[in-house]
Design a protein around this ligand. Sequence first.
Ligand code: ADP
Length: 241
Amino acid sequence: MKKIEEPLIVDGKRIDGRKPEEIREIEMRVGVIKNADGSALVRFGNTMVVAAVYGPKPLLPKHLQDPEKAILRCRYGMAPFSVPERARPGPDRRSIEISKVLRLALEPAIFLEEYPRAVIEVYAEVLQADGSTRVTSINAASLALADAGVPMRDLVVGLSGGKVDGTLILDLNGKEDNNCEADIPMGFMPRGEKITLLQMDGDLTPEEVKKIIRMVIDAGKKVYEEQKKALHAKYEKEEVV
Ligand code: ADP
């Protein structure tokens, strides 16, 4: 719902100068947390998330183990300095929801059955929040899992779409996120276009929903290319060393 008076689109341009379907500048790096088995830093404009993966490793205490497959544990958090007004450390309702959403978005991509009795821990920490942090976390977590060598069916791409001032847009920034008519965060595996996360907040017609999903999947292919480039960059460097 719009809480501000000012227009979010002027002469076809958004408040940060983007065209409706343009996504923000993307930066992706893997292997940034040396203690972890896998890690990644992902930035979409001013939204920045670092993810770290530990495991697969034996799950303790033993009674929590699943003899059929590994358990995926995800924790989403916001650094106290990630928003202008200090975010309270520790889990709140929103971060508990996003942690669950993150797990559900990633599980279909992982061959969990290859690691019975194990746990894979995924941490996503928002360093700077400017909209679409859950989808940015999906990109970071997915890259960190791949960096940890966890076998996956495909990388999971995260990207948001929505509607502001009557216009369908991609990759919502913070102001758009908080003042949009609707927003749809999505996670999907590009190969086979399998959607693993689809949420919606706001009002849209069925046609608009279909259109946004298509826009996200098409533009998400660019995000997928960036993910693959980031992984290649690390391993190309390692060959030289
Ligand atoms: P997402 O970050 O996935 O879009 P939300 O829709 O819940 O999830 O949040 C929208 C945006 O609101 C965030 O990306 C962030 O920019 C802002 N935001 C979230 N929590 C806070 C907070 N505690 N303080 C200030 N801004 C926040």
